[in-house]
Design a protein around this ligand. Sequence first.
Ligand SMILES: *[C@@H]1O[C@H](CO)[C@@H](O)[C@H](O)[C@H]1NC(C)=O
Ligand SMILES: *[C@@H]1O[C@H](CO)[C@@H](O)[C@H](O)[C@H]1NC(C)=O
Length: 422
Amino acid sequence: MSIQRISTVAGIRITNLDSSRILFLSLTPLLLLFIALIAYRRGIIDPFLAFSPPKSLQPFSSTELLPPPDTADQPPRIAICLVGGARRFELTGPSILKNLLKQYPNADLFLNSPLDENAYKFFLLNDAPRIAGVRIFEPEWIEETESRIRVLSSRNSPNGIQGLLQYFNLVEGCLSLISAYESRHHCTYDWIIRTRVDGFWTGPLDPSTFQPATYVVPPGSRFGGLNDRFGSGDRLASIAALSRLSLIPRLDASGYHNLNSESAFKAQLNISNLQVREIPLPFCVLSDRRYDFPPGRHGVPVASMGSVGPLNGAKCRPCTVACGGECAAKIVSGLIDERSWTEWREWREEGLELCNATGDWEEGWEEVFDRVAGEEAAAKRRRMVAVERNACEEEFEKMRQRTESWDAPPGEEICRLGLRKK
Ligand SMILES: *[C@@H]1O[C@H](CO)[C@@H](O)[C@H](O)[C@H]1NC(C)=O
Ligand SMILES: *[C@@H]1O[C@H](CO)[C@@H](O)[C@H](O)[C@H]1NC(C)=O
């Protein structure tokens, strides 16, 4: 045998076993090459990524759009986390279902919400294509540590520093829900979208919102920082963006003090070295709060939910328009946050309409809502007004059965809390 001969020439005695091992060793690289070739042709590996570090260790660099090259065969995994109280969820829920959850039917829904007398309205989420985790919890006092008091400011926060901490906790709760799910399923999400249950969406969430290595927020409503009413990013970016409570000590150490929610958000993305991109988004935050009208320089304009164009999470309500066109443009250009609105001049001048929100929602707001939101949403609204306790309980039971991670009081309790009289 030639191997034996060569070996003999080299002066080494080789047994039969040894020669077959050498044969195996010399074939191994060929075999690996062959496997790699097949994998490459089937799109399992990308030749340029095959020997790079795992995704989670790669530095941020690329700016290409969806889908990432190594998941061409598999749709990207998306988690959508809804946070907040259900106050007007009968009005916002159907718009979220239509424009987010049904737009991305493979996305997993997570809900993190405080228990209150409106939580029963969440049974509407039973229409979602997929529900992965639901947490409805009784809020507890959050300790106001020295660093939290130093970093945050209670100015313009309706419930002071405690209100901010509750909100931060709610947002960060998305992360714990999602990562618990990931570790149970040995998977990771490519994208995490965080949005509010009180968002009223007038159009679908555009795929351009998915930007690698960047955190995407809407423009406007910056209040000295960044709009924190919606955010989307890949997994690493989202971990940095949603860690609102746990990053406070680092903000403190970096010398950031006296921040409101928006400026704390901006600072937190900065110390995490995250790029931010503002992308217009077609939703507004439906609010019952009253605001001065016309708003002063530091005031909050309340848009009519029927305004045309992306409202980017501005406050809104159903109203008879108090001021549109030139009038709205004039008010908005007087705001300290004006620049963020004027970027959308094209739609603003004809599209933005403002409400006089000095009082409660006007009498007959239901008609305004039905007209703006359409027949399907109007039907959902009427159903919620008429819903009875046993129908509510049935829906919650169905939802519980299809939700893998259910961390909420029994449906009977949630429904009883909201529908005492029925
Ligand atoms: C963080 O803030 C500093 C100072 O304003 C700025 O120079 C830097 O570009 C920011 N970093 C990021 C990632 O935005
Ligand atoms: C706004 O509405 C209130 C009543 O709710 C009214 O008294 C006030 O005059 C209105 N303001 C403007 C500028 O129209």
